[in-house]
Design a protein around this ligand. Structure first.
Ligand code: PGA
Length: 242
């Protein structure tokens, strides 16, 4: 099975820090790619152009963490999908729960972004996931399937299941819950779309998560900024591929 490993740097990263980190993970990333997998780094917008040029021959794919629905215009502070493409990105993360929370993104708005990103030729990672209250009230699956129904298109490359309560908290979903949710998601999407897990993925749990039935890769936040942690995650992905 070929794995997709995505690093979501969020609002972290300066030029020096980024280059040092990427040099230290280039070899294990290349090993994953040579074995048929994919490694996508999603730095802040400010770094994509420089990193895509500087590490152009390396194994990394590059992604944005969001894009605007329009191709251009009077939208101060926003970045269009075609601009991401122009500076070297091939991918974009859409519908991340932090954007849903911080920027009041709705399923309908995310659906429009999905179409805009596709129109610009970007590959799309669509994030879905329930809050703790939604899980505790037994609505996790219904919420995730409704997020998919609103925004998923068959050309989406990956759906990332990220329980909101597991992001950045150190709490990871039970393996049985991950497996069950991935099965539900799989039933609602095209065979070519990969299903990733995200939420406190780290060196200590990556192997077990990546070995879980229905998990085609991981979306990694905090641990993707730490060389040793991300190296171990890449090794875990490689061991699933060989
Ligand atoms: P985390 O973040 O790995 O720090 O929990 C994952 C994400 O938000 O994509």
């Amino acid at each position: 099975m070929t794995m997709l490993v995505v690093a979501n740097w969020k609002m972290h990263g300066t030029r020096t820090m980024a280059e040092t980190l990427l040099e230290s993970i280039a070899k294990p990333a290349a090993d994953v790619v040579n074995a048929g997998g994919t490694v996508v780094i999603c730095p802040p917008f400010t770094l994509i152009d420089r990193l895509a040029q500087g590490f152009g021959n390396a194994a990394f794919g590059w992604g944005g963490q969001d894009c605007h629905v329009n191709t251009q215009g009077a939208h101060t502070g926003d970045v269009a999908a075609a601009m991401l493409k122009d500076c070297g990105a091939g991918w974009v993360i859409l519908g991340h729960s932090e954007r849903r929370a911080d920027h009041a993104e709705t399923n309908a708005g995310i659906a429009t972004k999905v179409k805009a990103a596709h129109g610009a030729g970007l590959r799309i990672i669509l994030c879905v996931g329930e809050t703790l209250a939604e899980r505790e009230s037994g609505n996790a699956e219904a919420i995730v399937l409704s997020q998919l129904a609103a925004a998923y298109q068959p050309y989406v490359d990956a759906v990332a299941y990220e329980p909101v309560w597991a992001i950045g908290t150190g709490k990871v979903a039970q393996i049985t819950d991950i497996e069950a949710m991935h099965r539900s998601i799989r039933g609602a999407i095209a065979p070519s779309t990969q299903v990733l897990y995200g939420g406190s993925v780290k060196a200590a749990n990556a192997k077990e998560i990546l070995a879980t039935h229905g998990v085609d890769g991981v979306l990694v936040g905090g641990a993707s900024l730490q060389q040793n942690e991300f190296n171990a995650i890449l090794h875990a992905a490689l061991s699933q591929q060989i």
